[in-house]
Design a protein around this ligand. Structure first.
Ligand code: SF4
Length: 381
């Protein structure tokens, strides 16, 4: 990995944990290291490496029990529900793994919702009972400038208690503008922490700037964003490496951005455009190991699970650390109010197509309470 830039505290931490050091730790880890990690109250990065190593594979059941206990202790029996609203499918970046990208070959109509159309989407989701939404756009500051995002946040706040955005990385003053309109959360995945892979898959646009993206969450927190959700797109690089660096990032933000609640997502790159071969897709078992390891390393961090995963797997993951789930999702702009039914507009295919009510019922069957409002608010306050 490249030398850290001077003004980036987390880049300095990452530079202290290059892949070679991590590989060595993982290769050396044995059953004793895993047992030691499982016995500690507060884990060190070396413990996380042990839990991500092949030596932890025979301990998955013990890890599941520890993860279950810690999640109950910190989050009780509740699982929050949220829904994404895709505001625009226009994007000027060229991420080789994404169907929205400039050169991914998508033929569908490109569109950005008008304020009236945003209202329609909000009204449909509010009708289902949602009180938490995530507004998404591509990397398109011209089609969806910050002033447009601010307007969208203000509209969504008329319908929902909690509004978050998953948009391009912003400057601190831009995050501040959104906070002034009612923004509570920012979701921004680093995609991969591995610099060389990052440079190879992000071919154009502002997203090419690795360090600017890496520091976005700290800027958002300084601007007053109270919920920060981060993740790596699993499949771009080795799951254990990106999982380890993701864990370091979350822990760093817990300390540096103590006013904000941190959560993690685990998106797997299940579908990619023809031009991209997914070489590092974790198996279900590896995904479970990753989630358990991170839950034990970060007991106070929320875990989000999107509809990218199948209903069967999502139901099985509920007791292992999940605290928020999306439900009834559409990944096309205008998808809830049936503005169009063109599948070519979708960013990715949904695997869990159940309705919000069906997902809520599945959560209840697992012994948890689905929470439509944002239970994190009490925690943050
Ligand atoms: S991943 Fe995001 S930024 Fe990249 S092409 Fe897709 S929508 Fe654009």
């Amino acid at each position: 990995m490249k030398t850290a830039s001077k003004n980036s505290p987390f880049a300095n931490i990452l530079a202290a944990w290059p892949e070679a050091r991590l590989r060595e730790l993982i290769a050396r880890a044995g059953a004793g290291d895993v047992e030691r990690a499982l016995g500690r109250e507060s884990l060190h990065p070396e413990d996380l490496a042990a839990l991500l190593s092949p030596a932890a594979a025979p301990f998955l059941e013990d890890m599941a029990q520890a993860a279950h206990r810690l999640t109950r202790q910190h989050f009780g029996r509740t699982i929050g529900l949220y829904a994404p609203i895709y505001l625009s499918n226009i994007c000027h970046s060229d991420c080789t793994y994404c169907g929205f990208a400039l050169h991914s070959g998508g033929q569908g109509e490109k569109r950005t919702l008008t304020p009236a159309e945003i209202r329609n989407e909000c009204a449909v989701l509010a009708g289902h009972g949602f009180q938490s939404v995530l507004l998404l756009t591509g990397e398109a500051p011209k089609a969806a400038p910050v002033s447009y995002l601010a307007q969208a946040v203000a509209i969504a706040r008329e319908y929902f208690v909690s509004v978050a955005v998953e948009v391009y990385a912003l400057d601190q003053e831009d995050y501040r503008l959104l906070v002034d309109r009612g923004l509570e959360g920012v979701t921004l995945y680093m995609e991969t922490y591995h610099r060389e892979t990052y440079a190879g898959v992000h071919r154009r646009g502002r997203k090419r700037d690795y360090d600017y993206r890496l520091e976005a969450m700290a800027r958002a927190s300084r601007a007053g964003v109270r919920k920060l959700s981060l993740g790596a797109l699993l499949g771009l690089y080795h799951w254990w490496a990106d999982g380890f660096w993701l864990g370091l990032h979350a822990r760093h933000l817990q300390k540096e951005c103590w006013q904000s609640a941190i959560s993690l997502s685990f998106p797997r790159l299940r579908h990619a455009p023809e031009r991209f071969q997914v070489q590092h897709l974790p198996t279900d078992r590896e995904l479970v190991q990753l989630m358990l390891a991170l839950r034990i390393f970060l007991p106070e961090v929320g875990f989000n699970l999107s509809t990218r995963e199948s209903s069967q797997l999502r139901d099985r993951l509920i007791p292992l650390g999940v605290t928020m789930m999306s439900a009834g999702s559409s990944t096309r702009p205008g998808g809830y109010a049936h503005l169009n039914n063109d599948a070519a507009l979708e960013q990715f295919e949904i695997e869990d197509g159940r309705s919000p009510a069906e997902v809520a019922a599945a959560i209840r069957r697992a012994g948890y309470d689905p929470v439509w409002k944002d239970f994190d608010r009490a925690f943050i306050k």
